[in-house]
Design a protein around this ligand. Structure first.
Ligand SMILES: Nc1nc2c(ncn2[C@@H]2O[C@H](COP(=O)(O)OP(=O)(O)O)[C@@H](O)[C@H]2O)c(=O)[nH]1
Ligand SMILES: [Mg+2]
Length: 212
């Protein structure tokens, strides 16, 4: 019998080989993502360092349509969940002046995010918090990642993260992206924003259920 693939004799061994190959190819395809997050903030606060620490699975660099502004998109794998991450261009305000800020604002308004991580420099909190307020006022699901804590510590600066968290009513994480400090808390918070309960919480809930 002629095979429709090769137009020759198609033995059973070959069809098994074909099935194995297509099965292998299918298993290599990227699974559907479980959520979307964005990294935002002024230039030089560590967004790209954080982006590369989070995304090791797949990274795509492209220009935002009609502009020369580069956008990095990737996929973070956190506890088996695939989360799309976008590294937005630097922005000082949601009221755009530069082309980068326009692109950043467009991205935030056109796409839907489960978490918008506002990355700030711990040494310059006063200058950076106004954007946090704007993002919160815009109704975005903001997480404040206070980065460069290593440098703040060296300067003897203290950041009252608990007070900030209570005042702003959003998750606040102290971190040093280059030193991997705070990465675990950030990943845990991202899962919580996606309504994916961390194991500990799930276990606690299960225990409560069985105790009834
Ligand atoms: N000391 C210190 N440097 C950092 C940290 N995170 C990022 N950097 C450095 O800050 C600079 C700007 O980082 P980058 O990720 O390019 O910032 P972006 O403009 O926000 O994307 C780079 O030289 C990084 O190595 C950190 O937690 N501590
Ligand atoms: Mg960058």
């Amino acid at each position: 019998m002629n095979c429709h693939q090769c137009q020759q004799n198609c033995d059973i061994e070959k069809s098994n080989w074909w099935q194995r190959l297509t099965r292998k190819h299918r298993s290599k395809q990227v699974k559907a993502v479980d959520g979307n997050i964005a990294l935002v903030g002024t230039p030089n606060v560590g967004k790209s360092v954080l982006f590369h620490k989070l995304t090791r699975v797949y990274v795509d660099v492209s220009n935002y349509p009609g502009t020369t502004v580069e956008i990095n998109r990737g996929v973070a794998k956190i506890k088996g969940h695939q989360i799309r991450v976008i590294d937005t261009p630097g922005m000082y305000s949601l009221v755009p002046i530069s082309e980068e800020e326009k692109v950043g604002r467009n991205l935030l308004s056109q796409e839907s995010f489960d978490a918008v991580i506002h990355v700030v420099d711990a040494k310059n909190l006063g200058r950076m918090l106004p954007l946090t307020f704007q993002l919160i006022e815009a109704g975005l699901p903001v997480v404040l990642a206070i980065n460069m804590m290593d440098e703040a510590d060296n300067l003897g600066l203290k950041v009252q993260s608990d007070a900030l968290q209570t005042e702003l009513n959003i998750p606040v994480i102290l971190m040093s992206a280059t030193l991997n400090r705070g990465m675990r808390e950030l990943k845990q918070t991202i899962l919580q924003c996606l309504s994916i309960q961390p194991e500990a919480t799930l276990n606690t809930l299960n225990n409560l259920e069985t105790a009834r």
